[in-house]
Design a protein around this ligand. Sequence first.
Ligand code: SAH
Length: 354
Amino acid sequence: MSLHDIIAARIRQDGPISMADYMADCLLHPTYGYYATRDPLGAAGDFITAPEISQMFGELIGLALAQTWLDQGAPSRFTLAELGPGRGTLMADALRAASRVPGFVEAARIVLVEASPVLRDIQRSTLAGFAPEWIDTPDALPDLPLYLIANEFFDALPVRQFERGQTGWHELRVGLEGDRLLRGRAGEAPQPALDHRLDDTQPGDIVELCPQAARITESLSTRIAAQGGAALILDYGDWRSLGDTVQALRAHAPVDAFDTPGQADLTAHVDFESLAQASRRAGCSHSRVTPQGVFLERLGITQRAQSLVRARPDQADTIAAAHRRLTHPEEMGNLFKVIAIQPETATPPPGLMP
Ligand code: SAH
C-alpha cells in the first residue's frame, strides 16, 4: 500500500477531494505523510530554511522577542512558543542570544507545537537543557502571556483552491483518471469567504483559502489580546495571494504535486491579509507586512555578521553568503515577509511598524 493507493481508494469511494484534504493527507498522514516520516530540512533533505542557513536569524528573532517582553513590563511567567520548530535550531539560537537579557529565559515556559514525531526527537536533542514541552495544536497553549514565533509553518497548512467563474467560484478538486491523480473543477457556487476577492479577480483567476491559518491566528490572537505577548510570523507570500501557489519540492527541485504523494514537500504562499483580519477579529493589532530582508537589516544583521567575521575570519565568505541569502531581494529578502500580532495597546516588536 502507498499513499497514492490510499488516496485513490478514497476518491473511488467518495468522489474528488479538496486540495486541502489532499495536502493534509500528503503532509500529515500518520503512516505515509511527508512530515510524519522524515526530517525534510537541510542539504540532504528537500528544502532549507532561514534558521538552517545561519545562527544570525534565530539570534535576532530571540532578541526581538526579548525586547518585546521588556517593552511589555517583563511579565514574570510567560510562554515562549514556536509553531513547527523543525530541527529546533531557531529556538536554540534565540535562547542563546536572549539569555543575555536578564530574567528572560528563567521566566519562559518553552512550548513547541509540532506534528512530526521524527522532528520532535531532533528538537529534544537540540534543546536538551531547556526542558521544552510539546503540544499538538496551538489551542493547547498555556494561559500565560504568549511570545510566539512561526517560521515557515503557515505555508505548510493545507489550502483550498477556487477558480473564479462568472458570479461565483469553482472549487478545484483532486480526482482520478484511470489510476492517475489530477485536478479538476467542481460546479460554480457562491463562496462568502471570497466575496472580497470578486473585486480584484477576473473569471479564470485562481485564489486560495487556508481555513486552518485563519483559525490558528484567531486563537493565538485571542490569547495575546487577553494575556499580552506577541506573535512573529515569517513566511513566503504576500498581502493578497493570487493564482495557484501550491508547490511540491523534492531534493531541492520542483516536482509534480500529484506524482509522488507523501514524498515531496507541499507548500502554498501565505495570504497575510487573512492573518491580519483574523488578528483584528480577536481584538489584536498587527504590524505592517514587511519584507524579511528589511526586517533583519533593521534588527542589525549586518552588525551581527561583522562581529561574527571578527571572531572567525576564516568563515568570512560563508557568513557573507548567509547574510546575502537571508536579506538580498533576489534571494529570500523579498519573497519572505514578516507580520507581528500584538495587543491593541502595545507597539509592534522591534524592526516592525504599526
Ligand atoms: N520552522 C522550521 C521548520 C519549517 S518546516 C524552520 O524554519 O526550519 C514546517 C514545520 O512545521 C515542521 O516542523 C513540521 O513538522 C511542522 N508542521 C507542519 N504542519 C504542522 C501542523 N499541522 N501541526 C504542527 N506542526 C506542523
